[in-house]
Ligand binder design. Sequence first.
Ligand code: DAK
Length: 257
Amino acid sequence: MTYECISVAREDRVGIVTLNRPKILNALNLQLVSELVHELERLDNDPDIGAILLTGGDKAFAAGADINEMAEASAIEIMKRDQFAVWDRISRISKPIVGAVSGFALGGGCELMMNCDIVIASETAVIGQPEIKLGVMPGAGGTQRLVRAVGLRKAMEMLLTGEPISAQEALRCGLVNRVVPVEAYFREALKLAKQIAAQPPLAVQVIKKAALKAEDLPLQDGMDYERNGFYLLLASEDRREGMQAFLEKRKPRFTGN
Ligand code: DAK
């Protein structure tokens, strides 16, 4: 499969997806989003892949939806394109996505970043939801995920002023996991993705799903959900192998079964 707006690679058990429209700061046009979803789903279905690394360039992760494409589109056209459906598919990827984010992560770029499960940012990252300055509002989960990530007050300020925050501020308010020099963000994110990709695949996916449920479910319902996942993993071969390897003082060989 050849793509025009993204590039793909793999290292060990990590699928690496790079947004690749550098001339316009990786603005997310329809084609890019559709290629991205296609590749993420392909990696999600590939048993040789254990984790996904999503990145852009040093100057921009993504500066938002492509304004050229949005400027003339009518509400009905956008509704008919059903752009939301494609974004929903990104949030249903079951393997962990590690974001390696540098430079601008604005609007849809910030929303895409918030779909990553773990984010390693470069110290040059500039993160925000500037849609209000264009007379619109976030359309791919920005108001909902930002509030959950940083709390209502901080999110309100960002959403209502449209002003971005620095990488360090994003770290302080829990929007990214780690901030490192620009030369190191990709390498650090890849290292982390490889570490996750070496874990037993079933446990990785069940844990990701359960942790995401914590944002939606009341505590007791979340606990019940977690318990069912626990029972499920007890039935896996990797559980037997993991525990046996511990007792035999050797490295486990996980198969994903
Ligand atoms: N769209 C199109 N082109 C963009 C762009 C964007 N979002 N961002 C930057 N570019 C282009 C610039 O026009 C410029 O092109 P040329 O003039 O060279 O042809 C080139 O990238 C370099 O940008 P600048 O010259 O402006 O570079 P600077 O370093 O001076 O400034 C900047 C960088 C990121 C501060 C600035 O470019 C900027 O403010 N960009 C716009 C940021 C923005 O407002 N983003 C939010 C867009 S709204 C939805 C899902 C999602 C969304 C909506 C609906 N559905 C599911 C329906 C999301 C909406 C948004 O993201």
